[in-house]
Design a protein around this ligand. Structure first.
Ligand code: SAH
Ligand code: SF4
Length: 391
């Protein structure tokens, strides 16, 4: 059988240069949208109702054209169009892997670019989104950690990643559609670039918009935020967002974790585990996901597996073993399949099910920790070629 080549497309979208000073409705919370409408002249008494209507058009129906908002008067629509924009990040390229994984490179204000990955599975479709351009933390196995932080993403840019994917999947609802339709985009993981808990407010507001029952309507059970262990923000995540939590655990001693996840020097394993033990849960079925990257000869021994089980004893947990995704210049190697299997077996014997994460979208460099790197490499070499040609 000949392997199918992945599809790469340049997507030409309408330029998204925002006219000076016009606020973008995408990213506004309910309170912000209401206040913006009042400022634009909507009588205070009507503002809540107008906000509700506009909210549905923007976040539920995915409408971008004010003229299509048929339950608003023509004059009101004209006022909206003169005052606001409904703008998403610009999709620069879209790649589709042979396994169906889609990777979008999106451009945000300032010319920065972030990657968004859509992973279809039998029972769900997961969108992996970014919270920052780069990351201030310096986990030694993560390529993002070698890049300088450029900036936090705005609420609009975080919600925009979800809306861009819904556009591409063609799954905005149409009137008359059944409510319980199976969604192509059913789950969100904050596992792209950046540390979401260092951009708490924007991530929180964006997830609230994603969960709103009058908007994108994703259940809080289908949103997972992954953190390297910003302990003071962990309880707040449950209280103010209410989503599921994943923790980049990756080591079973402080000595090793200090190197792999240097934030451990600030909040060590003991303090972290205490915070996880106290993580407020709405129901008993909710579990914390422990992510564990398999690094050859570093954290993958039988003793590590046993220590891991012991450390997390009593915490309702899922363990996710991630085979290390190598990147150019990475100081680690992926553990062998046999080692991963042996490690997984110990975890399994302790009562945790199917823990190895299958790498997806490898042919388009869409796997964990590879985001952005491939694109940058490609860009650099193109630039080099141009320089060499004296362009
Ligand atoms: N900053 C957050 C979320 C982004 S990283 C965090 O650290 O949790 C998402 C997951 O991918 C984390 O568990 C991270 O440790 C893991 N990861 C990073 N680089 C990786 C790589 N090269 N191979 C495999 N997993 C990696
Ligand atoms: Fe940042 Fe997460 Fe990468 Fe660590 S693993 S450098 S926290 S993105």
């Amino acid at each position: 059988m000949t392997a199918k080549a992945p599809i790469t497309q340049d997507v030409h979208t309408i330029p998204r240069k925002l006219p000076e000073g016009k606020p973008n409705l995408v990213g506004m919370t309910q309170d912000q949208m209401r206040a913006a409408l009042i400022e634009a002249g909507t009588p205070e008494k009507q503002a809540k109702m107008r906000m509700g209507q506009l909210w549905q058009w923007v976040y539920h129906w995915g409408v971008r054209d004010f003229d299509a908002m048929t339950n608003l008067s023509k004059d009101y629509r004209t006022m909206l169009a003169e005052t606001f924009v409904i703008a998403l990040p610009e999709v620069v390229t879209r790649q589709v892997s042979t396994d169906g994984t889609r990777k979008y490179l999106v451009r945000i204000a300032g010319g920065h670019e972030v990657e968004v990955v859509y992973i279809p599975e039998e029972d769900r479709g997961t969108l992996c989104i970014s919270s920052q351009v780069g990351c201030t933390l310096t986990c030694t196995f993560c390529h993002t950690g070698t890049q300088k932080l450029v900036r936090n993403l705005t609420t609009s840019e975080i919600v925009g990643q979800i809306m861009v994917a819904r556009d591409d999947l063609g799954e905005w609802p149409v009137p008359g559609d059944k409510k319980d339709e199976t969604r192509l985009l059913s789950n969100i993981v904050l596992m792209g670039m950046g540390e979401p808990l260092y951009n708490f407010e924007n991530v929180r507001d964006a997830m609230k918009i994603a969960m709103d029952p009058h908007g994108i309507q994703l259940s809080r059970r289908r949103i997972t935020l992954s953190t390297s262990g910003v302990v003071p923000e962990i309880a707040r995540t449950a209280e103010e967002i209410g989503c599921q939590l994943a923790i980049s655990f990756h080591a079973t001693t402080d000595e090793v974790r200090d190197v792999l996840v240097p934030i451990n020097k600030r909040w060590n394993l003991e303090v972290l585990i205490e915070a996880l033990r106290n993580y407020p849960r709405v129901s008993n079925s909710e579990r914390i996901t422990f992510e564990y990257v398999m690094l050859d000869g570093v954290n993958d021994s039988d003793a590590d597996a046993h220590r891991l089980i012991k450390l997390i004893e009593g915490i309702p947990a899922k363990i996710n073993l991630i085979p290390f995704n190598e990147w150019p210049g990475a100081p680690y190697k992926r553990s062998s399949n046999n080692r991963i299997r042996a490690f997984a077996e110990i975890i399994y014997q302790a009562g945790y099910a199917s823990p190895v994460r299958k790498p997806r979208g490898e042919d388009i460099m869409a796997a964990c920790g590879q985001l952005k790197s491939a694109t940058e490499r490609e860009r650099k070499s193109k630039r080099q070629i141009a320089q060499e040609a004296g362009l």
